[in-house]
Ligand binder design. Structure first.
Ligand code: NAD
Length: 491
């Protein structure tokens, strides 16, 4: 990639400007494709997080943003969307370099992030409160929505741009001030968004970014979760980290939203459009190389179509193009890190012992890919739903096929999981589709599609161990608002 000699340097973003970490420390970002140095970041610690909280608090308690007219918020957010779109290639390339995400997916993520900014710009403009006057003619009640305060956003690496923008855009639309702490594995896109917002006219100190290397990242995350200067935590990450955020946040009864892991069931009935379902089932577990919380990583397959479906699935798996993420033909890039690579390969070994390998089963043999953390699309059949393969989140391109015979059995299998994030149902029967969609206890269900309906403004979030709270849509804005009532007695 030729970046070894001159990696781009990034500082923290505090009070509208780049800042070095208080300790002066920095950390390197290396490409998961070939290990080259692709960026150098300030390694922020607790002192930097404290400074970010102080600045965001100052702007919330005495700055102009929280009480700004909605037109101002609309203008800043829509201008940021425009600037992000104008810088799409640069922002996408940052994701490609740091995370190994294929460039077509990265460009798609920039477009989705810009749409998200536009969506909340529109909501800011159209926001209205309500009044109650009918219950007592001598009184008037007002229902007001106010910004929740200082919001800390702690994010994961798998959607390093959209994952922060889907929190940031509603937070700013609501009038909050914000501190973002991106994952050490792909911090660049958050800093590029900070620049766009400042250029778009966001007042200094309203959006601040603290980057940190791995161990310090958890320390900074815990600091923000426990800080009494923070009013709301919006967290995306593993269920284990989410639980510790929730515990720390209890200190000042912060508002907490957690977007956590998943192990979603994609259910195929015999009357499904088999070819379409097989193509989508591949996307459901290989999109972003399987590093997606909503992945359809359990395929519940009716026995009557089992053989036909697996044949189609194997064909589509073979059509996936593992390659250089900079190449537009690549559909699957490397996994994010050596640690994640090892973890996924270990799960494949578990699978070999627990079930029957259908296709894939390890790193590809192509020597051009040997420096990258690649894993082939891997399918195991005859998986027992109580096994580790079916119960634990792998976060890689590994699919567990679980056969079933009746609708009740499929629903019971889908629900037999600690998680409850997403799911799919494939059938031509509208009655069955609705019955199943209503019976599976998850935050979202797809009918005859999987993540492909193009409805990206629909609320997203989980039941059970998949978290609490929702992102996107109008409810995503409400997550950053407090509701106040004012009762006026007429004299
Ligand atoms: P992670 O939990 O290791 O880290 C997430 C973020 O939290 C990072 O910024 C990290 O520095 C920080 N962090 C780590 N430990 C912390 C702690 N104890 N206290 C506070 N902050 C802490 O997760 P990850 O590996 O970055 O992301 C993968 C996980 O994220 C998967 O489980 C995936 O399912 C989940 N995820 C969920 C969604 C969703 O919308 N539900 C979306 C994307 C990813």
């Amino acid at each position: 990639m030729g970046a070894e000699n001159a990696p781009e340097e990034f500082a923290l973003w505090l009070d509208g400007k780049p800042y070095p970490a208080a300790s002066g420390a920095r950390f390197d970002s290396r490409s998961p494709f070939d290990g080259t140095l692709v960026g150098r970041f300030a390694d922020g610690g607790e002192a930097d997080a404290a400074r970010a909280v102080e600045v965001a608090r100052r702007e919330f308690d005495g700055g102009t943003w929280p009480s700004s007219p909605s037109r101002r918020r609309y203008e800043v957010l829509s201008e940021a969307a425009r600037l992000l779109t104008a810088d799409a290639e640069n922002v996408a390339m940052r994701m490609v370099l740091e995370s190994g995400k294929p460039v077509t997916l990265a460009l798609g993520e920039v477009a989705a992030a810009a749409r998200c900014l536009e969506y909340y710009a529109g909501l800011a403009l159209s926001a209205e409160g309500s009044a109650v006057s009918e219950r007592n003619p001598q009184a008037l009640g007002l229902i007001l929505r106010e910004p929740v305060g200082v919001a800390a956003l702690i994010t994961a690496w798998n959607f390093p741009l959209l994952g922060v923008v889907c929190k940031l855009a509603p937070a700013l639309a609501a009038g909050c001030t914000v501190i973002a702490k991106p994952s050490h594995l792909c911090p660049g896109p958050t800093l590029l968004v900070a620049r766009c917002l400042t250029e778009a006219g966001l007042p200094d100190g309203v959006f601040n970014v603290v980057t940190s290397q791995q161990e310090r990242g958890a320390v900074v995350g815990q600091y923000l979760a426990a800080s009494t200067g923070v009013d709301k935590i919006a967290f995306t990450g593993s269920t284990t980290s989410g639980r510790s955020v929730m515990r720390a946040a209890a200190v000042n009864t912060k508002r907490v939203a957690l977007e956590l892991g998943g192990k979603s069931a994609n259910i195929v009935f015999p009357d499904a459009p088999i070819e379409d379902a097989a193509r989508n089932a591949i996307g459901a577990f290989t999109f972003n190389s399987g590093q997606q919380c909503s992945a359809g990583s359990r395929l519940l397959l009716h026995r009557d179509v089992h053989d036909e479906f697996l044949a189609a699935l194997t064909e589509h798996a073979a059509a996936q193009v593992l390659g250089n993420p900079r190449d537009p033909a690549t559909t699957m890039g490397p996994l994010i890190s050596e640690q994640q690579h090892r973890r996924v390969l270990d799960y494949i070994e578990v699978g070999r012992a627990e079930a029957k390998l259908v296709t894939g089963g390890g790193a590809p043999s192509d020597p051009a890919l040997e420096r990258g953390h690649f894993v082939e699309p891997t399918v195991f059949d005859g998986v027992d739903n109580s096994s580790r393969l079916a119960q634990e989140e792998i976060f890689g391109p590994v699919l567990s096929v679980i056969p079933f015979e009746t609708e009740q059995e499929a629903i019971a299998l889908a629900n037999d999981s600690a998680y409850g994030l997403a799911g799919g149902v494939w059938t031509r029967s509208i009655d069955r589709a609705i019955r199943v969609a209503k019976s599976v206890r998850t935050g979202k269900m797809f009918v005859n599609c999987y993540n492909t309906a193009g409805l990206d403004d629909m609320p997203h979030g989980g039941y059970k161990d998949s978290g609490t709270g929702r992102e996107f849509g109008t409810v995503g804005l409400e997550e950053f608002q407090e509701l106040k009532t004012v009762q006026i007695l007429l004299r």
